[in-house]
Structures are given as C-alpha cells and as structure tokens.
Write a protein that binds this ligand. Structure first.
Ligand SMILES: Cc1cc2nc3c(=O)[nH]c(=O)nc-3n(C[C@H](O)[C@H](O)[C@H](O)COP(=O)(O)OP(=O)(O)OC[C@H]3O[C@@H](n4cnc5c(N)ncnc54)[C@H](O)[C@@H]3O)c2cc1C
Length: 474
C-alpha cells in the first residue's frame, strides 16, 4: 500500500557517539524553546540538544508510547511534548467502570510521579491540538500556541458512536468513555429507576454494570441477535445473558433504538425500540461502538482508512515519514483496532523505532483476547469467529449452564484454527499455542478441564477483579 521507510530516517535522531546527558546541554540552533504554561499543565526545561517529539493525546497508548521513549532514550535524544485534551493525565480506561465502584481518579492514573517529573517531558493538560502544519512541522493548540516537532505521534483514540435517532441529545443522554462522562452519569443516576444502555458489546455491558452499581435497573438494547456479537457466538453469549439476567439487567437483542422520548420537562422519560417496545428510562447511555478520532487528518492532508482512522503502514507510520499514529485512531494497513493490546503493541514499536531500534512490523493476526464481563470470563483465540462464507468445521462443547467452548477446525486437515471460550473453561494461554496444529486428542479435556482453570492463573491474563482485561501486549 505504501512505502516502508528504510535507510536514513529523518524523524529518528542519529546516535551521538559518547553523548551523555551533560553533553546534551551544548547549545543547538534547533534547540526547542520553553513551552508556555497552560491550564493544569506543567512546564519543564528540556535537554537542549534533543529533538522534539510531539504526542497528541495522553490516553492509554499515548502514555505507553511516552513511557517507552523515556525508558529507551538513555541518551536524552528526545524532549517530549504531550498535548492532551483531557484535564487528567492518562488513566486506565479499561478499568473505567471501577471509578463508579469506588476507585478514585488517582487510583486509575497510569503516569507515576517519576514519569510526570521527568524533565524531558512537558505534559500540557486541557490543551487539545487543533491543526497541524506539515510544511512548518508544527502543531497548533486550541489556546493558540504553536509547537514545532521533529516527529509527531497521533494517539487521539476514538469517540463513542451515537446513532442518529430522534431525541439523542435530550437531557439525560450520555456516552461512556471518560472519567468526566462517568461523573455526569453518577450525577444523573437515580437508584431504583430504569436506565437504557444502547449497545450490547463490551462497552455496553461495562456501562450496564456501572449503572447497576449505581443502583439503577439497566436494560441493554443490542441490534444483533445476541450479546457481544463482535467476539462471541450465540452459545457463548447465552452464558453472558444468563449472568446479566441474574444481576437484574434486561437484555433486548435483535431490536434497535428508534427514538429517545422526552417527559414534559424535556428530560429523557422513555425509549422506543424498532419492535415497538417502549422502555421507561431515567437516563440513556450510548455504548454502540466507537469511531476513530481522525479529525486532524484534514489539516494534515493525510489519507484515512476506508472506515476512518489515520492510514499507517505496518510500522504505524503515515505517508509522511515524520508522522505516526498509534492506538484506536490508527488504521494499520487500513484496519483500526478497538482494544488495548494492539494499541500497546503499536505504541511499543513506535517508541522502539524512535529510539533507534528496528522492531518487527505490527502483526495484526494476533487478535485473540480474554475479557471478564459481568463476572464471566470470555476469550477468543486464533482466528476467533470465521468470516461469513469461510469453510470451517465447528465443534461446540458445553457443560451445565455456565461452561461453553467452541473450536473451529480446517475442514480437510483438522488443523485447529481458533475458538471461543465462555465461563469456567480452559485458558486461552493453554489453547492459543495449539492453533495451526492438528487438534490434539485431549482437546475436550483442555477446553473443559475437570477443575476449571483458576482465573487468577498468571498464565491467563483475565482479571479476577471482575473487570475486563485485554490478554496480550500489556
Ligand atoms: C469503559 C471501557 C472499557 C474498556 N474495556 C476494555 C477491555 O476490557 N479490553 C480492552 O482491550 N480494551 C478496552 N477498552 C478500550 C481501551 O480503553 C482502548 O482501546 C484504549 O484506551 C485505546 O487507547 P488510545 O490511546 O488509542 O485512546 P484513548 O485511551 O481514548 O486516548 C486518546 C486520548 O486522546 C485525546 N485526544 C483526542 N483528540 C485530541 C486532540 N486533538 N488533542 C489532544 N488530545 C486529544 C482524548 O481526549 C484521549 O484522552 C475499554 C474502553 C472503555 C471506554
């Protein structure tokens, strides 16, 4: 699709023989100026010979990238300026729901004191980037400042998708992405009242669980015939649905939101579904998918992937050799990834590349995940669900009402292609290495072991605390 950047790399500083931190104080014509202070931000003096890496977005992968550069850049070749839209340093978005279960903002913060105190780092909170001038190699911020870069990494994540239904802007409608969103939801929650979550995927179930913890009675509306359609088949989703029922949630699958309807005071009072069902609702949370935040691409003049996201090659680089994208805003070879593990792999490889390493390209065949939702561990490994029309043999194994496993085998060779696990099954860590080999004779035993694998097993990265966890690349 695009050229791979080999040979001399203008964005990557050349190693300076014998360079030390002290040597880095020698004046340099391209020495960066001090950044002016901004709301909530912090200003530090950077090493003077260093080049400037500007990172847009201090979310999970932006932080990972900055941390990776800090740790690898032992010669102080980079000063890093982070432009962050949110007013809080990077936090564990995967663990967002635990904020409503009692964790504080500080508990969720990813950047430790040594990270924030690093003199090479300037973190400008509440300071979104609004435009990039590639010819001048500068980024303009919302407060009118301009920051020059030698390398630019976009880590702007995604925005929640809100379907274009009537009433979606009513007072009482929310999205579920940031700590600020959760503060608003907490403020509007009324224990004992009904709420509606639009979307029965990972985010929707997280949101429903959060509303339940706030004392509300959540309905979950999912257009697909079953919950978590992106990851699970009907059998595995049924285990989740049973748990959801047991927790007092009410899933409505195979129907969509037609409208959000107001009470006389103008606030949300109910929703109407496309099958005609009317659900009373004090509040509505949209968790029906995400869209990459690629709006800076317009000023960058760089192409997007077919479904949005900044188009990058397998090294996470755009067609401009100084501009990179990582995380959910990046369309790697045209494809966006909505989970943390692939985003972290992107951040690691760019950090390594910027500090002179030659990491292997991004591998997007590693798609398996382990998640823990509503207290149920679900996992996919290998190819996960086959694409429509793909010829595979499916073999399902169930036991009782809370253990389900399905594997996909090559129809001719019997080679294990992948699988889906739900409940107390064997771990993904045990099964994933078997992919690509003939299915072993003890497959059933591996899938449904006598004693279900211990969810706290360190070889299985699902999180026993009950919140979702990605499985690899962390
Ligand atoms: C509730 C919830 C649960 C999740 N659970 C899981 C899970 O179990 N497993 C899993 O793998 N993934 C999960 N995810 C997804 C995971 O959180 C994301 O994949 C990950 O956060 C993506 O990181 P990112 O850096 O690309 O984006 P983000 O973490 O969203 O960070 C992007 C940052 O960029 C900022 N930004 C955007 N535009 C600008 C701009 N112009 N200027 C400056 N800053 C800007 C944004 O404000 C944001 O702070 C969950 C997400 C949510 C919301």
């Amino acid at each position: 699709m695009r050229r791979l950047h080999t040979g001399v790399d203008p964005a990557v500083p050349k190693p300076r023989r014998g360079a030390t931190r002290a040597a880095a104080r020698v004046p340099d014509a391209r020495a960066p100026r001090r950044e002016p202070p901004s709301a909530g931000g912090r200003v530090t003096t950077a090493t003077r010979r260093a080049r400037t890496l500007v990172v847009v977005g201090h979310g999970m992968t932006g932080h990972r990238l900055v941390d990776g550069v800090r740790k690898r850049d032992t010669l102080g070749q980079w000063r890093v300026v982070v432009l962050a839209e949110e007013r809080h340093p990077a936090y564990d978005r995967v663990g967002l729901s635990s904020y409503l279960a009692g964790k504080s903002r500080a508990d969720l913060t990813l950047a430790g004191p040594e990270h924030l105190a690093d003199p090479r780092l300037t973190l400008r909170l509440g300071c979104p980037a609004v435009a990039v001038d590639r010819a001048r190699r500068s980024v303009r911020t919302a407060d009118g400042d301009t920051v020059r870069y030698d390398a630019l990494v976009l880590a702007t994540g995604s925005r929640p998708f809100v379907p274009p239904v009537p009433g979606r802007d009513l007072d009482g409608c929310f999205v579920y992405r940031t700590l600020d969103d959760l503060d608003l939801i907490r403020g509007a929650a009324r224990p004992g009242r009904s709420a509606v979550v639009v979307g029965g995927g990972l985010l929707g179930l997280e949101a429903a669980e959060a509303l339940r913890l706030l004392g509300m009675r959540p309905h979950v509306v999912e257009a697909a015939p079953h919950l978590m359609p992106a990851q699970l088949d009907a059998g595995a989703a049924e285990i989740l649905r049973r748990h959801a029922d047991g927790l007092g949630m009410t899933p409505h699958c195979g129907t969509s939101l037609a409208s959000v309807d107001a009470r006389p005071d103008g606030r949300v009072g109910s929703v109407t579904l496309t099958d005609g069902t009317v659900l009373r609702a004090r509040l509505v949370v949209f968790a029906a998918g995400i869209r990459p935040r690629d709006e800076l691409a317009a000023t960058l003049g760089l192409p997007l992937g077919e479904r949005g996201g900044l188009l990058v090659d397998a090294h996470c680089r755009t067609s401009d050799e100084r501009v990179w994208a990582v995380g959910e805003c990046a369309a790697v070879n045209g494809r966006c990834h909505g989970l943390l593990a692939p985003g972290n792999r992107m951040a690691d490889l760019v950090a390594e590349r910027l500090t002179g390493g030659t990491p292997p390209p991004f591998d997007d065949t590693e798609t398996g995940t382990t998640l823990k939702l509503l207290g149920v561990r679900v996992a996919t490994f290998g190819s996960g669900r086959p694409a429509a029309g793909e010829r595979v043999v499916e073999v399902a194994f169930t036991e009782g009402t809370d253990r389900y496993a399905k594997v996909f085998l090559h129809p001719d060779s019997g080679v294990l292609l992948g699988g889906i696990l739900a409940g107390g099954t064997g771990s993904r860590a045990t099964l994933a290495p078997l992919v690509g080999r003939p299915a072993p004779s003890d497959l059933e035993q591996l899938l449904l072991p006598e004693i279900p694998s211990d969810p706290s097993d360190p070889s299985d990265p699902s999180d026993p605390s009950g919140r979702s966890r990605p499985s690899s690349g962390r």
